[in-house]
Structures are given as C-alpha cells and as structure tokens.
Write a protein that binds this ligand. Structure first.
Ligand code: SF4
Length: 370
C-alpha cells in the first residue's frame, strides 16, 4: 500500500502489462504474487486475462482475491484503446476508429468471410511514405504505435459484446509495419504465442512497400509469418511516381529480397485506371512475379483515397488477371469490401482529424527501420 505522505511524483510509474511479452509478464507477476504473500499461480491467472481471455480491468478479474486485484491496480496497467467510432457495412465489413491516450486516432477493419474473420490492423498513426493513391499517406506521419496499441486492436475485438473472434491478421491498416519493427517484432510474438492471442503464423501477414532490412528481419523469425509486398507498379519509373520510397528501395532490390525470403511472397497490386493496368504492365508484372514465385493479388482501387486516380473497370481487371494467368502467374482479384463505410485505409481518421503536412520518411526521427 502506498504511504499517504508519499507525494504522487515519488511513486514508481505503473507498468503496462500489455507492453511486454506474455512470458515476461508471467515472470514478473508470479514474483509479484509471492512478494505479496500469494501463491505464484495467481500471477499466471493474471496473464491469462491479458490476451487469452482478456479482462477490461483488474477489478473484473473475479477469479482473483479482491485484495490482490487492488494491489495489481496500484502497480500495473492494462490500457484499453478507446472506441471512438464503429461503422458496419452492408457486406458485414466493420470499421473501428480507436482513440489513443495522446488523442491520436487509428483505424482497424474487420472483414468476415465464411468462417474466417480477418482483422486489418494499423502499425503507425499516419504514415510517412506518401504513396500517391493513399489517404493515410496524404495525412502525414505522427508516430509509431507501441506494441500494446498494435496487438491491442485484436484484444479489443475480444472485449466487444458479443466478442469478435479474429482468425487472421493482416498488417495492411495505417502505416508501414517494417518502419516500426521495434514494436512489430514483439507484436508478432503476442499475436502468435499460445499464451498471447494464439493466432497461427500462417494466418498473420505483414504487408510492406519493400523495406529491405525489415524483410530480412521478418525472414529470420522461425515462424511462418506471411509477407506481402506492395508492388503497385512493375517498373521503376512508374513506381517512383506512385511510391517515393522506391528511391530508397528500388524495385530490383525488393524483388531480390522477395527471392531470398524463404516462404512464398504475395504481390499486392492496386489497379489504377489508365496508369498501371495495360498490357505492357501485365507482362512486366508477370516477369517479376515469376522471378520470385510470387502470388499476385489485384486490388480494386477504393474510392476516397488520395489523388485523382480512377479505379480500373471490373472488365479491365479481369482482362489484366487473364494476361497474368496466361503468363503462368497465379493471381486473385480481391473483392472490394466496405464500399459504403469509407473503408479505404485512413479515410475515417482523415474525416475525424483532418490532414497534416506529410513528413518524409528520412526526415522523421521517430521512424525506425529494422
Ligand atoms: S499505402 Fe501504406 S505505405 Fe503507402 S502511404 Fe499508405 S499506409 Fe503508407
């Protein structure tokens, strides 16, 4: 118990149990239990309430003695992400806007399909990379998310009433995950670990514009996490105009990294009418995909992104996909989801918070590359 005479600023800061790996939390909490005259298993009980069977507060951990819950409250935190907006599309897609402690907003999208529920999560508040067609890039970069804010998006789904059981996770929300590897690396552990959220590694996809050191770091993890690379243009000239990061990581080096990545890679390719959807681009893309055995996902452009781009027509997308198939490339056309709820990444946050001046990736000290 704290001494009434102790000034608030003298008290040690509370530790965030959601910002450490479950194994670290377990060691800490078992020790804490013993220190306070409880059996070590009390610590393990708390850990189960972090991710597996999340509790919204220490007070709601009703399988623990009240006095122990009070002690936990004094020393630790398990912060929630505040739900600011929830929108449901007629096709079942749901979009969540969460408000973080410092007032930043991030987006999460839940996409049901048969027995699966894929959660598209954010790894940064905003994004520094300024891809020409992206609403998030247009809003600029604010900061990297911490581990508990990234994995917390999945945790919050379990705390909804009724809960939403997430089966798959894709890092395709706001931000470039491999520019925040310091937090994404342990987040992958929390998502995958049985003591965490227990989602199979093959059901977790990290999507990147091609941040090479991050691809290497992801490849070094022993688990079978999946890698998706946003190609969007099959030659340097066009890619340069759409994705400024191509200056730092040109297409050839990204393809090289995909080749040495031990597991199968997916190429993401957003279909921009009259820009990247012609026959020549199909041939170039097919060559790149064959070079590294990649699967190609064609993504219809979601209206409401940035810039004056026009979506390729459905007929053009089908034609393009046939051209790829004819050149021995496996391809799928992604369904557009959530068309009625501004589900293009970043749109909802822009509506809420307005745009900022974009910051270049190289100029922002808060952007970490693995
Ligand atoms: S597409 Fe991804 S990497 Fe590019 S600006 Fe948008 S969020 Fe950033």
């Amino acid at each position: 118990m704290s001494d009434k005479n102790t000034r608030r600023e003298d008290l040690p800061a509370k530790q965030n149990l959601l910002n450490m790996l479950p194994s670290e939390a377990e060691e800490l909490l078992r020790g804490f239990a013993v220190e306070h005259g409880e059996k070590p298993f009390r610590g393990s009980q708390v850990v189960r309430h972090l991710w597996q069977n999340p509790a919204e507060s220490f007070a709601s951990m009703t399988d623990l003695p009240v006095a122990f819950r009070d002690l936990l409250e004094e020393r630790f935190t398990i912060p929630r992400l505040a739900l600011a907006t929830r929108q449901t599309s007629s096709d079942g897609t749901e979009k969540f806007l969460f408000r973080l402690e410092d007032g930043e907003f991030i987006e999460t999208v839940a996409i049901p399909e048969g027995s699966r529920l894929t959660l598209c999560i954010s790894s940064q508040a905003g994004c520094a990379l300024q891809c020409a067609f992206c609403a998030t890039g247009a809003m600029g970069f604010t900061r990297n998310l911490q581990m508990f804010e990234i994995a917390g998006q999945v945790r919050e789904m379990k705390l909804l009433s009724p809960p939403k059981p997430v089966t798959n996770v894709v890092f395709m929300g706001m931000g470039e995950p491999l520019m925040n590897w310091k937090a994404v690396d342990p987040t992958l552990t929390v998502l995958n670990s049985p003591a965490g959220l227990g989602i199979g590694a093959r059901h977790i996809t990290v999507s990147t514009v091609g941040v090479l050191p991050g691809i290497v770091a992801l490849g070094e993890r022993p688990q079978q996490f999946r890698l998706a690379i946003s190609i969007h243009a099959p030659n340097d000239e066009l890619r340069q105009s759409l994705m400024p990061i191509n200056t730092k990581y040109p297409l050839a080096s990204v393809i090289e990294a995909a080749k040495v990545f031990e597991r199968r890679v997916t190429f993401e390719y957003v279909m921009l009418g009259g820009i990247n959807d012609g026959g020549e681009q199909a041939t170039q893309l097919a060559e790149l995909a064959r070079e590294c055995g990649a699967f190609v996902n064609l993504i219809p452009l979601h209206p409401g992104g940035a810039g004056d781009f026009t979506p390729s027509s459905p007929q053009q997308i089908q034609w393009f996909s046939r051209r790829l198939r004819a050149q021995r490339v496996e391809v799928a056309v992604r369904k557009s989801r959530g068309m009625d709820i501004a589900a293009a990444c970043g749109q909802l946050r822009v509506e809420r918070q307005g745009r900022r001046t974009p910051v270049g990736a190289d100029k922002d000290g808060n952007v970490q590359v693995a």
